[in-house]
Write a protein that binds this ligand. Structure first.
Ligand code: SF4
Length: 185
């Protein structure tokens, strides 16, 4: 059962991606990957998981856990933003597919409406039912984020040790803020 106070969206919520690209570009942010995300994206590129992580990801220590997040380009665009859109759209991470129906945005009407400042698609366009919104919440709960620190996966890259914010590796792009990227498409 969802833990959020869903009363304010019992009649659904409106959201349509306006393709403004603000959520995937121009600023830093985490795109954390689940086990299923890693499988899907690795298969998309025909790579072993370790190769995919080495090429497209970095590992960050978020305190209670370590996480695999997508790298960024030097201009802070997501590494998969290419040619005016998401180059892995069909295989994009659950974090991206489930935006904006994240638990952090659905605690209250105020939290939801506050998103309007970041995303012009909030409260406009297509109506998403409460049932569909709760399906997205369930999918995030049922698909936990991958934690390489606690993984016994011998397919991980040898250097897949958590990096703290204080010790960035030489040559890595600027460290993201401790906030998730808000990708809508
Ligand atoms: S939808 Fe996700 S994977 Fe695709 S470009 Fe945006 S942040 Fe990157």
């Amino acid at each position: 059962m969802p833990m959020q106070n869903g009363s304010f969206y019992s009649n659904g919520l409106r959201f349509s991606c306006t393709e403004c690209s603000l959520c995937c570009r121009f600023d830093s942010g985490y795109v954390f990957l689940s086990e299923a995300d890693l499988e899907r994206l690795s298969a998309h590129f025909g790579l072993a998981r370790a190769q995919f992580i080495e090429r497209y990801c970095r590992i960050v220590d978020v305190g209670v856990a370590s996480r695999v997040t997508l790298r960024e380009q030097t201009n802070l665009d997501c590494i998969f933003w290419k040619g005016g859109g998401c180059s892995v759209y069909e295989a994009r991470p659950l974090q991206c597919r489930s935006f904006p129906f994240w638990s952090a945005h659905l605690d209250s009407r105020e939290d939801w409406d506050a998103l309007e400042k970041e995303c012009p698609g909030i409260n406009v366009g297509r109506l998403h039912s409460r049932h569909r919104i709760e399906q997205w919440l369930d999918s995030r709960r049922e698909e936990p984020l991958f934690d390489p620190r606690h993984s016994t996966d011998d397919q991980l890259p040898r250097d897949a040790r958590p990096q703290t914010e204080a010790t960035p590796q030489p040559g890595t792009p600027p460290q993201p803020q401790a906030t998730p990227r808000n990708p809508g498409r």
